[in-house]
Design a protein around this ligand. Structure first.
Ligand code: NAP
Ligand code: F7E
Length: 323
C-alpha cells in the first residue's frame, strides 16, 4: 500500500515537530507548512529537516494554503499553526484572530477545494473553557473564553464543525489541555520556570519573576498528546475529543517541584510575582476529563506532574551546563 501523506501546519513548533517525528516513524510522507521569517526558526525540526518536505505558506495567505494542499495532496491535515501565546493575544488581538481564527477557516477552504476527502485535525484548546462552570471539563462543557486567543480558538472550533456538517468533510477537534516539553517556547510558564531554575542552580541568574502563582493547570507531556492527534484521525468517524491528565496543579507547585529537582532550597528567596506577567482576564482553574479518548481511542497519558517537571528541569540543566 502506498504511504499516506500528511500536511502539518505549525511544524516548527513544539507539537508540530513531535508530530512530524511520530508520523515519519509510521511511514508517512510528511509535508510541513513554514512561514517566511527574517531568520529561520527550525531548531525543533533540525534533526528531521531532510526527511520532511517544507512548503512555503502562511495561515494569513489563502493562495499559499491552496498551493500547499495541492502540492501535498494530503490524506491527513493537522492544523497546529496559531498565534498560540495567550499573553500576546491581549497585545495583538486582531493578529491573533487573523491567524488563529480566520487562518483555520482559510485552511478548511483550501482543503474543501483541493483535497475534500482529507481528514482534518484542528488544534482546539482548553482555553476555550476559560471561566469554567464545572469541573472536570469534557466534550460537553460549555465555553467561556477569557482571552482573544480563547475567543479565536472558539471561532476555529465552530468553523471546523460547520465544515463537517455543511460539506460532510472529516474534520475533528482535539480539545487539548496544556502539554509541555523541553521544546516549549520560553515565554510559557513551565519552560520559563524550568529555564529560570536551571540558570539559578548554575549561578547564572539570581531571581525569577512570574505572574499569578495561584493559577491551576492540567499539565501533560507533549509527545503523548501528538499521539492522541493521530488517533483522533484514525477513528472511523469525525468527532471531538478532550485530551488531559485529569490532574491539576498550581504554578506555585510547579515552581516548588522544579527547585526541588534542581537541588535548590528555599525557592521563595528567588521568586517574585509582578503585575507585568498577569493577564487582564485570567483562567484560574482547568482540569480535564479524557475518558472519551480513553474509551474510544485507547489513549491515556502516562507522564504525571512530577515526572513532567523532572523531564523539563533535567533537560534544561543539561543544556544550560553546555553538555
Ligand atoms: P507553538 O510551539 O507556539 O507553535 C506554533 C506554530 O505555528 C509554529 O510553528 C509557528 O511558526 C506557526 N505559526 C504561527 N503563525 C503562523 C502563520 N501565520 N502561518 C503559519 N504558521 C504560523 O504551539 P504548540 O504548543 O506546538 O501548539 C500547537 C497548536 O496547538 C497551536 O495551535 C496551539 O494553539 C494549540 N494548543 C496547544 C496546547 C499546548 O498546551 N501546547 C494546548 C491546546 C492547543 P513559527 O515557528 O514561524 O513561529
Ligand atoms: O500560562 C500563569 C498564567 O502561558 C499558564 C498555550 O499553549 O495552554 C497554553 O496557554 C498559567 C496562566 O499557558 C506566568 O497566568 C504565572 O494562568 O504557560 P501559559 P496558557 O495560558 O495556559 C493552552 C491550553 C493553549 O492552548 C495555549 O496555546 O500560568 N503564569 N506566571 C504565567 N504564565 C506565563 N506565560 N508567564 C508567567 O510569568
Amino acid at each position: 500500500m502506498a504511504s499516506k501523506s500528511a500536511l502539518i501546519t505549525g511544524i516548527t513548533g513544539q507539537d508540530g515537530s513531535y508530530l512530524a517525528e511520530s508520523l515519519l516513524s509510521k511511514g508517512y510522507n510528511v509535508y510541513g507548512l513554514v512561514r517566511r521569517l527574517s531568520s529561520p526558526n527550525i531548531s525543533n525540526i533540525e534533526p528531521i529537516r531532510h526527511s520532511v518536505e517544507i512548503l512555503d505558506g502562511d495561515l494569513i495567505d489563502q493562495s499559499s494554503l491552496n498551493q500547499a494542499v495541492l502540492q501535498s495532496q494530503p490524506d491527513e491535515v493537522y492544523n497546529l499553526a496559531a498565534q498560540s501565546f495567550v499573553g500576546t493575544s491581549f497585545k495583538q488581538p486582531a493578529l491573533t484572530g487573523e491567524i488563529t481564527a480566520l487562518g483555520t477557516l482559510r485552511l478548511l477552504e483550501a482543503v474543501r477545494s483541493h483535497a475534500p476527502h482529507a481528514r482534518f485535525y484542528q488544534a482546539s484548546s482548553s482555553e476555550m473553557f476559560g471561566q469554567v462552570g464545572e469541573e472536570p471539563q469534557d466534550e460537553t462543557t460549555g465555553f467561556h473564553p477569557r482571552s482573544p486567543y480563547g475567543v479565536a480558538k472558539v471561532y476555529a472550533y465552530w468553523a471546523c464543525i460547520n465544515h463537517r456538517e455543511a460539506y460532510s468533510m472529516f474534520v475533528s477537534n482535539g480539545i487539548l489541555f496544556n502539554h509541555e516539553s523541553p521544546r516549549r517556547g520560553l515565554e510559557f510558564v513551565t519552560r520559563k520556570i524550568s529555564h529560570g531554575v536551571a540558570q539559578i542552580a548554575q549561578g547564572k541568574a539570581d531571581h525569577l519573576v512570574l505572574g499569578n502563582l495561584n493559577a491551576k493547570r492540567d499539565w501533560g507531556y507533549a509527545p503523548e498528546y501528538v499521539d492522541l492527534m493521530w488517533r483522533i484521525l484514525q477513528h472511523p468517524t469525525a468527532e471531538d475529543f478532550v485530551g488531559a491528565t485529569g490532574e491539576s496543579h498550581t504554578v506555585r507547585e510547579f515552581v516548588e517541584e522544579a527547585f526541588k529537582v534542581a537541588g535548590v532550597a528555599d525557592w521563595e528567596e528567588y521568586v517574585t510575582s509582578d503585575e507585568r506577567f498577569r493577564r487582564p482576564a485570567e483562567v484560574y482553574n482547568l482540569r480535564g476529563n479524557a475518558s472519551k479518548a480513553q474509551r474510544l481511542l485507547g489513549w491515556s497519558p502516562t507522564t504525571r506532574f512530577r515526572s513532567l517537571v523532572r523531564i523539563m528541569v533535567k533537560a534544561e540543566m543539561e543544556q544550560t551546563s553546555g553538555k
